[in-house]
Design a protein around this ligand. Structure first.
Ligand code: AMP
Length: 227
């Protein structure tokens, strides 16, 4: 008899991050993606990329994003539908910044059927969010993020990866941040209740007001335990 044991391929792991701008979704999603080799799907990054390339989607999204409002659901659902079909999503993916509205959540379920998801809701007090967003700096080439106090680049103020000068995202400026937080409260926060009531979604509230390593440790143990 051969020594090869048949092992059923592990079911893909799918993760949704909820939480307001500045909660650390991008940082944690990137770390999860590296550790588990999941695809990281950041709709904000995809839209900023479309703007940089001047595509029709980018031209439509740019003025909306500048105001701190949400881009229409139909555009986001189209982006996600194409993205999750790609080969790198087969073993799992992390959604960072999607869904952000009820129609987006319903649209996602219509695409994936009864698939299981982990949902991490990262909570951070408002004053801390403002501190994080106002100090956030961003590389327009590779989209890495930094913070002037807590995670500065090695050389002031150049990206560690490609030496591009870092900038503040237009929508991290104070007046726009207020609009983004209001959009979160009105349109995204209701998804917490939505997911808490659905059996295919393993919902976890995470205290994001801690060092990134501590938050990551908790996410990791939840995923490893498959809870
Ligand atoms: P983020 O980088 O996730 O903070 O997203 C930046 C901006 O992109 C948001 O303020 C929205 O204007 C837009 N955006 C990103 N994801 C979505 C989404 N799922 N639905 C609507 N707009 C989005």
């Amino acid at each position: 008899m051969g020594g090869v044991t048949d092992v059923a391929p592990a079911a893909p792991t799918r993760v949704i991050f909820l939480g307001p701008p500045g909660a650390g979704k991008g940082t944690q999603a990137a770390r999860l993606a590296v550790e588990w080799q999941f695809a990281r799907i950041s709709t904000g990054d995809m839209l900023r990329d479309a703007i940089a390339k001047g595509t029709p989607l980018g031209r439509e999204a740019a003025p909306i994003m500048e105001r701190g409002e949400l881009v229409p659901d139909g555009l986001l659902l189209g982006l996600i539908r194409d993205r999750i079909r790609q080969a790198d999503c087969a073993s799992g993916y992390v959604l960072d910044g999607f869904p952000r509205t009820l129609p987006q959540a319903e649209g996602l379920e219509a695409m994936v059927g009864n698939a299981d998801f982990f949902v991490f809701d990262i909570e951070v007090p408002r004053a801390e969010l403002m501190r994080r967003l106002s100090g956030r700096r961003w590389c327009p080439t590779c989209q890495s993020t930094y913070h002037v106090d807590t995670s500065p680049p090695t050389r002031k103020w150049l990206c560690d990866w490609d030496s591009t000068p870092l900038v503040q995202r237009e929508d991290d400026k104070e007046t726009v941040v207020a609009r983004r937080l209001a959009e979160y409260d009105e349109r995204t926060r209701p998804l917490i209740q939505y997911y808490q009531g659905r059996s295919h979604f393993k919902f976890h509230r995470i205290d994001g007001n801690r060092a990134p390593d501590a938050v990551f440790g908790e996410l990791k143990s939840i995923l490893e335990a498959g809870r």
